[in-house]
Design a protein around this ligand. Structure first.
Ligand code: HEM
Length: 241
């Protein structure tokens, strides 16, 4: 039995590209998702001069998201920075520019100006984990975390676009670090409450920016509509909290 599970672990791990932490001259972003992709080599490890199509294929391949997800996220970024998706490129650290996609009340980073919005603060990650009484995060705890960080940041004035991005980021946390309980396509909204992101996986992903041992991408690809549906439920929990 033990031999089988070790074998299963080895084959799941073999499917992932090798991980190496960022070096001092590597460019990294305030995004745990993109930094993980660069650390694993799905994006260029130096995090520099990344084209739109490279972003989309890295996100699609590593997470097994539908290409609509990577397309939506990357094209939004290129648009915000006034870049031509056909031939311009982006360094990851550019994404830390305040007033574009970077925003206050992050789950794992401090606010600009004055705070480090680029690197993870493990204390903030622990606070997010403490928002759930379970061994996992879910849509209820994600709503609580959004409320807590909003209040801790002094109720910043945020545009509707930034709110949508923030609920999308909460949704991506639950979906990216999911233990396989994602509802089947077309399942009732209530099943979104069963999505569980194990705390030990969330901690490793945010703090070390790598895929945890035992993690595998979903067997079926998750699309933009499903991502948005999870974000909408988190927003409803935020309103209640
Ligand atoms: C080209 C695609 C992407 C772009 C341009 C992007 C950009 C960003 C930026 C600028 C932030 C920082 C927001 C802040 O100030 O807190 C961020 C945060 C975040 N991103 Fe991404 N991202 C992308 C893809 C992804 C993917 C694929 C995932 C996960 C699968 C992801 C998960 C997250 C999460 C969970 C946060 C919240 C971090 C926090 O609040 O501390 N992102 N992203």
């Amino acid at each position: 039995m033990k031999v089988i599970s070790l074998f299963q672990f080895a084959s799941a791990a073999a499917a992932l590209k090798e991980w190496a932490p960022a070096g001092p001259s590597d460019s990294r972003s305030p995004c745990p998702g993109l930094n993980t992709l660069a650390n694993h080599g799905y994006l260029p490890h130096d995090g520099k001069k990344i084209s739109m199509s490279t972003f989309v294929s890295a996100i699609t391949e590593a997470f097994n998201f539908d290409p609509s997800v990577g397309q939506f996220l990357a094209s939004g970024a290129f648009q915000v920075f006034g870049l031509n998706p056909a031939n311009d490129t982006l360094d990851l650290e550019t994404l830390n520019t305040p007033g574009r996609l970077e925003h206050p009340a992050s789950l794992s980073r401090h606010d600009q100006p004055g705070g480090d919005s680029l690197h993870v603060d493990p204390e903030r990650v622990d606070a997010m984990l403490a928002d759930s009484p379970h061994l996992f995060l879910d849509v209820v705890s994600a709503g609580v975390s959004r409320r807590r960080t909003f209040l801790e940041s002094g109720r910043p004035n945020l545009t509707e676009t930034i709110w949508t991005i923030m609920f999308g980021e909460s949704s991506l946390t639950l979906i990216a670090m999911n233990n396989g309980t994602f509802p089947a396509a077309g399942a009732p909204t209530e099943e979104i409450y069963n999505i569980q992101a194990p705390k030990d996986w969330v901690k490793i992903w945010y703090e070390e920016e790598r895929f945890p041992e035992g993690w595998t991408p979903f067997a079926r690809s998750i699309n933009l509509t499903e991502l948005g549906a999870v974000g909408a439920v988190i927003r409803s929990e935020f309103v209640k909290s």
